[in-house]
Design a protein around this ligand. Sequence first.
Ligand code: FAD
Length: 446
Amino acid sequence: MKIVIVGNGVAGIFTAQNIRALDKEVELDIYSQEKYPYYWRIKTPELIPGKITTKDLIVYKEDWYRNNRIDSYLGKRVVEIKPNLKELIIEGEKEPISYDKLVLALGSIPNIPPSIKNAINMVGKGVFTLRSIDDALFIRDFIKEKGVKSAIIIGGGLLGLELARQIKNCNLDTTVVEFFPRLLPRQLDTECGEMLKAEIEKMGINVILGAVTEEILSNGEVEGIRLKDGRIFKTEIVLIQAGIQPTIDIAKKAGINTNRGIIVNQFLETNMEDIFAVGDCIEYNNQIYGIIPACVEQSKILASYILGKDKIEYGGTTPKNTLKIVGINLTSIGQINLPEEESGAWEILKKADKKDCCYQKIVLKDNKLKGAILFGESKNLSFVSKNIDKEIDKAMMKKLLELYIWRCPSCGWEYDEAEMQVLFKDLADDFKCVGCGGPKDEFIKK
Ligand SMILES: Cc1cc2nc3c(=O)[nH]c(=O)nc-3n(C[C@H](O)[C@H](O)[C@H](O)COP(=O)(O)OP(=O)(O)OC[C@H]3O[C@@H](n4cnc5c(N)ncnc54)[C@H](O)[C@@H]3O)c2cc1C
């Protein structure tokens, strides 16, 4: 049997690796339009200030493919799938490639909001997105060659902030412009968003929130941006990190069901026989994931299923994101805001210590751990990661968070930090016991 994988990112590579672990004989070919062997996509922003080189990003070198008997065809773009003939067409090549089973691991591309006037026609001429090694090298060279002094990053999500940090490392005047009223709108709540903003600003990065970019101003070269409220910010380069679009073009053209992504079932099968899809390019249950844990989880299920071994059903992946900025410790997992339509069984345990810049929020439903934000403190990360969706002991969780009950010795009235969501030490010095009016400094930690 010959399995052909299109895509050499984490989803394609992990699918190949898992297939090979289960079957030593099957023929495995990987095609990729990029010319590099499997590399660490998430570290590409670090290429811009030149802290690392392309070589430092390569995870699996050519010998890995050889040792695993995987034939890799790099710099080869698949332009057409012919499902009836079970063939692929490569750009510029006449001979079709045959397959018995086909895995599409096509990834995604950065989204450029069409509402931003001038953005698309200025791409490469002062407007950039970042997805690949080549994108990063292009941005690095542009900054050097043009002597760029200031940059605006549109998008205050994880990628936008990580990119902003690397741009700041190039000594550029750096500004992040975010559409939502807080940074990391999908991963944080308002309170933690404010704490993060303060930390980002301390790094010398300007942050503008609730800002709708309407136009890239240019006279052939980028001059700045104009917001919907009329404000103008001057800059020489604009980097757009505003979400992703799954790559679906060749699948759609072949008649495979697509929506925002390539539609798959619980076994990562498309609607076409012997064609599967995995990673950023898929849409499962109306959901696009765009994170590595989803690629890894899906690749295991697919490897087993495609070989006719265990039929494990994919049920979605709990989102987990860590901000990779040196000096900032931040992870967000699962559901971090209570769903508005539901109430009742949901509960929050929260410790916000603004002075020490530490915020820990645990979201529970029916005593099960549903989500967490851990900012400025990572000692509970392992516990939270292992226990997501599991029942946990609330008293033990409070202990882990170091949330205490403070008792008034005169009347026995108790201040529970978990319930009040404000630390006892953060209450004003002249706080009085609600029971008897006794002074704050006489309270005893239970
Ligand atoms: C800067 C950055 C930072 C990130 N940080 C994180 C993080 O901290 N945590 C996290 O979980 N995720 C992070 N992500 C997202 C993560 O990188 C993606 O979820 C992951 O790379 C998706 O893997 P994939 O294999 O599905 O797609 P990709 O890695 O995009 O690979 C797609 C592959 O398909 C190939 N391809 C596409 N079309 C064709 C074609 N027609 N013919 C041939 N080949 C084709 C491409 O060449 C490529 O090899 C980050 C992404 C970026 C860009």
